[in-house]
Design a binder for this molecule. Structure first.
Ligand code: BG6
Ligand code: MG
Length: 237
């Protein structure tokens, strides 16, 4: 942990891309909408939408064309995409938990720490239900409860406040660049999940939660200075 961090009291997880992989469902739903409007959409573009809220994602897709859409039209398009997305996530079960996700939640709880969820998805609650892990979180903050989306720190700060824990005693876990920026802006330790070359602002990056080692973040900073990164972990930047 960084030397400016306090003793760890809570871990706040992002949902999409960290605990479960909903990116493909978002991809299918956005692609259908984009193509119905005559706009291009592929996996590479979908990558840019990770961590971006629904209306922000729609704005990026529409910006590829020349047609302007009124606010009510945009709301309608977003609702259309969301209906499709909701149909797709109905197929989700506990099998859609990413490797190591359940084990990470169990380890954090066993260590007596609090657990928060900070997701800009308005579908976070049904997804948690489908995965069968809703009761494992002390606090769930989603897009419906915040004013400003990631990279603004609001969602992580709100989770910490509701958990009753100082930001400097929180570890945030994120797969998106905007999410890592939000954690850093909140004054928390930022653990990135994914590619260190992409998540350059994270304090540390692991390839997935199967490489999450809670003990690494529990001790005082001096005790960790001697430790080599765990297998699969890479310091960023
Ligand atoms: C984020 C995803 O978690 O939620 C984004 O990474 C998505 O891709 C965003 O756009 C909003 O999701 P929803 O379910 O509110 O449309
Ligand atoms: Mg994410």
């Amino acid at each position: 942990m960084r030397s400016d961090m306090q003793r760890l009291q809570a871990v706040i997880f992002d949902l999409d891309g960290v605990i479960t992989d909903t990116a493909h469902f978002h991809f299918l739903a956005w692609r259908e909408l984009a193509h119905s409007l005559g706009l291009p959409f592929d996996e590479a573009f979908n990558e840019r939408l990770k961590g971006i809220d629904r209306m922000g994602s729609l704005a990026l897709i529409l910006a590829q064309g020349h047609k302007r859409y009124s606010e009510p039209e945009q709301q309608l398009l977003a609702a259309q995409k969301n209906l499709h997305y909701q149909r797709l996530i109905e197929t989700m079960t506990a099998d859609h938990l990413l490797p190591g996700a359940l084990e990470a939640l169990v380890a954090v709880r066993a260590a007596g720490l609090k657990i928060g969820l900070a997701s800009v998805s308005k579908n976070a609650a049904p997804v948690l239900d489908r995965l069968g892990i809703a009761d494992r979180f002390d606090v769930v903050v989603d897009a419906a409860r915040i004013q400003r989306s990631k990279p603004d720190p609001e969602i992580f700060l709100s989770a910490a406040q509701q958990l009753g824990v100082a930001p400097a005693a929180c570890l945030g876990v994120e797969d998106a660049v905007a999410g890592v920026q939000a954690i850093q802006a909140a004054g928390m330790f930022a653990l990135g999940v994914g590619d260190p070359a992409v998540l350059v602002q994270a304090d540390e990056v692991i390839p997935g939660l199967q490489a999450f080692r809670l003990e690494r973040y529990l001790g005082p900073p001096t005790a960790l200075a001697c430790c080599a990164p765990p297998e699969g972990a890479a310091p960023s930047a």
